[in-house]
Design a protein around this ligand. Structure first.
Ligand code: ATP
Length: 442
């Protein structure tokens, strides 16, 4: 029964996302493409707000961070050196009866096939490489094979030398990047949770080669706290977050310690983010493979060293999904509200004329709309009645709605309605900007 309700929540979120313009099935007019999604007008605002806040928090406001924006398709030697071409694989099993493919680590192959119910139908698991391949240039031949990056992280290592030379950063420092990544996932699904094209926000934080465990553990701990701070800033329900220590036998070969931040999504508790201590594995490998010196010259001791690295790795789309799940509130039977933190709301304010067939109301409302747009994302709505407009603004999480009525023409004040308390206040138009700036904490 509990499961029914939870799946129901997912259905409600998917339907709201489609109805209000957050997320649509991609290329829907052609029947869509399985597990591909497009962000619509309010979805792109939400996603951009997340990315901008991340950049502000982890790059702009820190002295020890710089950013890059690298190409999606890089020299394939990058993926040879990183181990992705040989190791970036998941175990795949196929049902011999219906030919549905599953990730062997996500199902119990001794049980019936989830799709057709066949018994003992699974063939031996085979490793399946997740790299998405294409050809660069007109000839589809082996020499032209390239790969879409499966993570943003490796570009940071490949650019390490250039960043170091141009910024002269001193250890410890980090390089951040936001961008698309592609994986030929065996079992994509659960809306935007697992797709073959997605976005990541990653940091490689370089530290001195540790002399003791405490040396890397303190940087790891700093990032663990930072990630929890970020999760709180996103309004993600921290009671539904579980930090899972990956056991030694399950650690990736390059990692000395990994924590997964799992979130109780409606379809199960699953990875939201990861934090890993990758030692000097990547820079060492790229140094050897490229024959370029990727060491760091310590300005005090004049000693050359290969930095070690802590990697906080965050999915943008999984953030969007966790934010939507946390913000969704239909506990009041009269309305559905997305209670986003104000910073994340696609529109901060909506402006309505009380009636759309009264030109003097429309003109006054338009004047306010145009002036507020210089400072905030503002929505305009003149359809139906005010109650319906509140209903639709609640569904996209707009914190404040402003109504211009006949009294406004006399007293120069408007009604401001608060999304969360539903309380209404009369505010003079001349004070609106300051009122909103203060309320929204801009
Ligand atoms: P999973 O175990 O779910 O496949 P992963 O451990 O392979 O994830 P990482 O390689 O650590 O994931 O990638 C870092 C982050 O990128 C993840 O924590 C997640 O937020 C995001 N991510 C990874 N794969 C996908 C995907 N297919 N779709 C959407 N986001 C993804």
């Amino acid at each position: 029964m509990a499961k029914m309700t939870e799946n129901n929540l997912m259905d409600k979120i998917i339907s709201l996302c489609k109805r209000r313009g957050f997320i649509f099935p991609s290329s829907e007019i052609y029947g869509g493409l399985a597990n591909s999604w497009d962000y619509g007008p309010v979805g792109v605002e939400l996603k951009n707000n997340i990315k901008q806040l991340w950049w502000k928090r982890f790059v702009q406001s820190r002295d020890d961070m710089v950013g890059i924006d690298a190409a999606l398709i890089m020299n394939p030697k990058v993926w040879e050196a990183s181990g992705h071409l040989s190791n970036f694989s998941d175990p795949l099993v196929e049902c011999k009866k219906c030919h549905t493919r599953f990730r062997a680590d996500q199902i119990d192959t001794s049980k019936l096939c989830e799709n057709c119910g066949a018994k003992d139908s699974f063939a031996e698991a085979q490793m399946f490489n997740l790299m998405l391949k294409t050809f660069l240039g007109p000839a589809e031949e082996a020499a032209n094979v390239v790969y879409f990056r499966p993570e943003t992280a490796q570009a940071i290592f490949a650019d390490f030398k250039n960043v170091l030379q141009t910024t002269r950063k001193k250890l410890p420092f980090g390089i951040a990047q936001i961008g698309k990544a592609f994986r030929n996932e065996i079992t994509p699904g659960n809306f935007i949770f697992r797709t073959r094209e997605f976005e990541q926000m990653e940091i490689e934080y370089f530290i001195r080669p540790p002399k003791t465990d405490e040396d890397w553990q303190s940087a790891f701990e700093m990032w663990r706290k930072e990630m929890m701070g970020w999760i709180k800033e996103m309004g993600i329900d921290t009671n539904k977050i579980h930090e899972v220590e990956i056991s030694k036998d399950k650690l990736a070969h390059y990692s000395k310690r990994t924590i997964d931040f799992e979130y109780e999504f409606p379809f199960g508790t699953k990875e939201l983010y990861g934090l890993a201590y990758r030692t000097d594995f990547d820079l060492k490998n790229h140094s050897e493979a490229s024959k370029e010196d990727l060491s760091y010259l310590d300005p005090e001791t004049n000693e050359r060293l290969i930095p070690h690295v802590i990697e906080p790795s965050l999915g943008v789309d999984r953030t969007v999904l966790a934010v939507l799940c946390s913000a969704f509130d239909d506990s009041n039977s009269d309305r559905v509200v997305l209670k986003f933190p104000y910073k994340l709301a696609p529109y901060k304010v909506a402006v309505f004329p009380l009636m759309k067939n009264k030109p003097e109301l429309v003109a006054k409302a338009k004047e306010i709309y145009d002036s507020l747009r210089k400072n905030f994302m503002v929505a305009w709505d003149d359809r139906g009645n005010v109650g319906k407009r509140y209903y639709s603004q609640d569904e996209i999480g707009t914190p404040f709605c402003i109504t211009v009525d006949f009294d406004s023409l006399e007293d120069g004040a408007v009604t401001v309605r608060d999304r969360d308390t539903m309380k209404q206040e009369r505010i003079p138009v001349s004070e609106l900007k300051d009122y909103l700036t203060q309320k929204l904490n801009f």
